[in-house]
Structures are given as C-alpha cells and as structure tokens.
Write a protein that binds this ligand. Structure first.
Ligand SMILES: C[S@@+](CC[C@H](N)C(=O)[O-])C[C@H]1O[C@@H](n2cnc3c(N)ncnc32)[C@H](O)[C@@H]1O
Length: 319
C-alpha cells in the first residue's frame, strides 16, 4: 500500500520544495474534519497542502517572504475560504487575530525556492549580491551590510555558534581583513574567501560544500533566526486550543534546543536554570515525542534536506 509520504515523495516535482517528515507531521498534527491549523512557515506550501488534503480542514499560513506570498495565491484559488495567507514574521504571532488553533506547525530555515534562486544571495553556488534576507523588503541589513558592520564578537557568534564552522577563527579574521579592503559584495567573493580558510585536506574530505557552515551562520545572524524562534514558539503555544498539537521541525542544534527546553517546561519537567521543587511546576502539555523524530533512510535518499531534520511534538493540556 502506498502511504501519504510515499505518494508525496514520488509525486513531488523535481524542482521546488519537498516537505520533510510529511507522514510524521500529519500524524502528530492529527488533522481532522473541522480542524483549524496554523502553518507558521508556509514556504512552498508542502505541509499546508498535506493538512488541507488530510481532512476537511482550514489553514492560516504565515511567511515573511514576499515570494511565498505569491505562491500562496495558487492555494487561495484552489482552496477558497479553507486557506488564508498573511505575510508576517512568526515572531509577531501574538498580533494575529485568528485562532485558537487545533494544530500549529513550524518548519524552520530556508526553503529550496530561496536556496535555488541565486539572486537571493543564500547560496554559495553562482554569483549574486550578498542579501540572504528572507524578507528583502524588511529594514534589516542585507548580509553585505551586516558583514561590513558586525563586531568581532558578532562575527564569532555567527561563524562559530550558528555556523558550527571548525575554522571559525580563520574565517572571522579573513572577513575582517576583506571588508577593510571593501571586497565583500557577492556570494562568490564570500564563498572563495571561506574556501581559502579551510585546509585542503578538510575541503576534499567534506561531504558538504566547504562554505555551507559559514553561509548558514551568516544567514541565521542576518535573519535574527534564534531570537524570533524564542519569541514565536511561546506565542504559538498560547494560541493552541486545549488538546491542540504543536509540531516543530528544526535543522540546527540551537533551534532544537530552544524547542526541547520550552517543551520540557510546558510538560512540567525540569529545564535548564529551573531549580524549583517539582510540585511547583505546572503541567500545561504532554510530550508526544520524548526524542525528536528523524527522517527514514528512504526519505533521506529522496530528499537530502531531511537528513538533519528533527521533529518534536506536544499536545496542550485540556485545561
Ligand atoms: C523550510 S521552509 C518551509 C517549507 C514548507 N514547510 C513546505 O513544505 O513547503 C521555511 C519557510 O519559512 C519562512 N520563514 C523562516 N523564518 C520565518 C519567520 N521568522 N517568520 C515567517 N516566515 C519565516 C521562510 O521564508 C521559508 O519560506
């Protein structure tokens, strides 16, 4: 028998964005007729479509990227009043009027659409202005502007902590030197600079492009990705109905740690820094995943992006 995930993997177009952990996400969200769901990271609408197809549901989808808003128009045409899109950063969930919701989903990071469009500046392949903003219309600095002004400690945070790049010292020093010569304007210049900092042995042994980690770190800093998650997740939890489900898919250990600690706290378990006696902790949710769910070998073979995906899910308490 072909399951939902199998049909999705085989029917998915070669281009575009394949939703990760499709079957697992739908199972944890428990989409049922009449259910109202919030997809905080619409992207290509892969997960939204699964929710809309699983039952007679409604979905409110958010994304900060104007191009995701364009893709959402097709969903508006196909699903009518079952689907609504708002262009928003999910850190502003507390400002939306809709809800409460039976299920809320976060699928962090960038979409394949964003990565594949060279001119958005997310990719070390090709040559483009260094932008990397998921919302290029925001008043936040582009990657080029950010790299020109970031302090040494901000650069270290981006390359070492967000990027988990082993050669962070060399990369940070090289960026500081290059920006003094005003030579950091394009993805190609940045990628070549990073490559020059990675010892040849590591470069050849690496399964991923040697600039992947530093690019990821700079993207996380440019989009303030850690802070918005810290703000968005608690706001989303408050928007869940009693018994509502929250699913969080992360791709980076820092993202997963935030979800893990908040989930523990809501489940009334000790979280780092919480030294209260156990009976003082309120249990507001139960965990549906003790350890994060990860993609099967089959999914990884069909969708490389799923390799590092971790899904955590909880059910909010009844009262
Ligand atoms: C990994 S993709 C989501 C893919 C989607 N689940 C699918 O199956 O097509 C992440 C999307 O979330 C958006 N995004 C990331 N951070 C966001 C934020 N803080 N607020 C709103 N949208 C965000 C990105 O622009 C991107 O389109």
């Amino acid at each position: 028998m072909i399951g939902l995930a199998d049909s999705l993997i085989s029917l998915a177009p070669m281009k575009g964005h394949k939703p990760v952990l499709p079957e697992e996400t739908i199972e944890f969200l428990a989409a049922k007729n009449g259910g109202y769901f919030l997809d905080c990271t619409f992207g290509g609408g892969g997960h939204t479509e699964l929710i809309l197809k699983a039952a007679d549901t409604k979905v409110l989808a958010l994304d900060q990227d104007p191009e995701a808003g364009e893709r959402a128009k097709e969903f508006e045409r196909a699903y009518g009043d079952r689907f609504q899109f708002q262009r928003k950063n999910f850190s502003d969930i507390d400002q939306i009027e809709e809800g409460p919701f039976d299920g809320i989903l976060f699928d962090f990071g960038v979409s394949s659409y964003q990565l594949d469009q060279t001119e958005r500046g997310f990719s070390f392949r090709g040559d483009a202005p260094l932008d990397m903003r998921m919302n290029p219309e925001s008043d936040r600095p582009s990657a080029e502007e950010w790299l020109a002004k970031a302090s040494r400690s901000e650069l270290i945070e981006a390359i070492k902590d967000f990027g988990e790049e082993k050669n962070w010292r060399r990369v940070v020093d090289a960026i500081i030197e290059a920006r003094a010569q005003e030579s950091l304007h394009t993805t190609k210049a940045l990628s070549e600079l990073i490559l020059s900092c990675i010892p040849a042995k590591q470069r050849y042994a690496s399964k991923i492009h040697p600039a992947t980690r530093a690019f990821q770190g700079i993207r996380i800093a440019v989009n303030n990705e850690i802070e918005v998650i810290e703000k968005g997740l608690p706001a989303a939890f408050e928007r869940l109905k009693p018994n509502g489900r929250l699913c969080v898919i992360s791709f980076h250990s820092l993202e997963d740690r935030i979800a893990k600690n908040l989930f523990r706290q809501w489940a009334g378990r000790p979280a780092p820094g919480d030294n209260r006696p156990q009976d003082m902790r309120q249990r507001r949710a139960s965990l549906l995943t003790r350890r994060p769910t990860q993609a099967s070998d089959r999914e990884i073979a069909a969708n490389k992006r799923s390799r590092s995906a971790k899904l955590r899910a909880l059910r909010k308490a009844e009262t």
